[in-house]
Design a protein around this ligand. Structure first.
Ligand SMILES: C[S@@+](CC[C@H](N)C(=O)[O-])C[C@H]1O[C@@H](n2cnc3c(N)ncnc32)[C@H](O)[C@@H]1O
Length: 325
């Protein structure tokens, strides 16, 4: 079941829990995808396989699932968790952006359901050596796949001040982006998470107490390091093309930038005409391919947020394929 994974020992987190990421909006995702036996599913952000296991249970006895993740450690954990379903699961390291190529190689038919649960997992945040957290010390890395691309440290140390400020402003929605970029540039080179957090905190004595002053900058650097928004935007049409008619795509987001991309994509793809409103006659020949099933995003219940505070900003949007493009 586990081609392409580096194997390795499953990460047991700091808690000793072998599956240290609690899937958010779990029941809501299953309700949205309504998995069926005999159908094919994609979990494009497998993580520790919590949602994937739910899809496999609900699509027993013969539903099939392809699980993708960029992170080899996540794949090792998911492989362990999904071992009881090995006849019905294929796990690969790779981006959901190129899921269509994997599906073609596998010669799978069109999918009945796709899940993206975006962003970072609890186990990635809790592993100091991954560099996602400003609360524990580690190398400033932040790559989902630690073998590919430039790390957050490369970005922090090599990006000109103006461009760094733009990254922090755009991806962190940080109003003090200019000041933060300035102090970062003055303190370079910065290679560890706590050094960066300290540099930001010291420059922001009056930041307010609700969130750590480095929160938005860390979010911005993670998004930029992994090119998260570009990946999402370019993947959506490719993913929808893999759905059968009646198949559904469900996406969980954790911040407004991602949610806006999903909302706008679903809106556009559910309209027969996308000409500018001032244009009297339609010339676009656009055809709706999706029906949006969530007018407003589905949010976690109070109980879920209490039990798993990391779910608090999550939003689930779902759409169904209505015609072949
Ligand atoms: C929030 S977690 C998913 C948790 C999962 N639903 C579960 O139940 O355990 C997000 C995962 O997406 C992965 N990821 C981020 N960008 C990706 C991409 N472009 N392609 C594949 N996986 C990606 C991350 O490595 C992380 O493991």
């Amino acid at each position: 079941m586990n081609d392409n994974v580096n194997g390795g020992e499953a990460f047991a987190g700091n808690s000793g829990d072998p599956f240290p990421h609690q899937p958010v909006l779990y029941q809501e995702v299953l309700n949205a995808l309504a998995p069926q036996s005999g159908k094919h599913y994609l979990d494009g952000t497998l993580g520790s396989g919590g949602h994937a296991e739910g899809i496999l249970l609900a699509s027993a006895p013969s539903g099939m699932l392809l699980g993708l993740d960029l992170d080899p450690k996540a794949l090792a954990i998911a492989s362990q968790r999904l071992f009881p379903y090995e006849e019905r699961v294929i796990i690969r390291q790779g981006s959901y952006q190129t899921a269509d190529e994997v599906l073609q190689q596998l010669e799978w038919p069109h999918l009945h359901g796709i899940l993206l649960d975006l962003g970072v997992s609890s186990m990635q945040i809790d592993q100091p050596d991954r560099g996602f957290s400003f609360l524990t010390n580690g190398p400033l890395d932040m790559r989902f796949d630690p073998e590919i691309g430039r790390s957050a440290a490369d970005l922090v140390n090599e990006t000109p001040e103006e461009a760094l400020s733009q990254i922090i402003w755009t991806y962190g929605e940080e109003r003090y982006a200019r000041r933060i970029a300035k102090v970062i540039v003055a303190a370079r080179p910065i290679n560890s998470t706590l050094t960066l957090a300290k540099v930001i905190k010291e420059a922001m004595p009056g930041y307010g107490s609700r969130i750590h002053p480095a929160t938005r900058t860390f979010q911005a650097l993670r998004i930029a390091t992994n090119k998260e928004l570009e990946t999402l935007s370019s993947a959506l049409p490719r993913l929808v093309s893999c759905l059968e008619i009646g198949g559904r795509i469900a996406v969980i987001t954790f911040h407004s930038l991602e949610d806006r991309i999903i909302k706008q994509f679903f809106k556009r793809e559910s309209q027969d005409c996308i000409c500018p409103p001032e244009q009297p006659i339609c010339t676009c020949e656009h055809q709706a391919t999706l029906q949006v099933l969530t007018k407003k995003p589905i949010r976690p219940t109070q109980e879920e947020v209490k039990e798993n505070p990391r779910s608090s900003s999550s939003k689930l949007r779902v759409a169904e394929k209505i015609v072949e493009a």
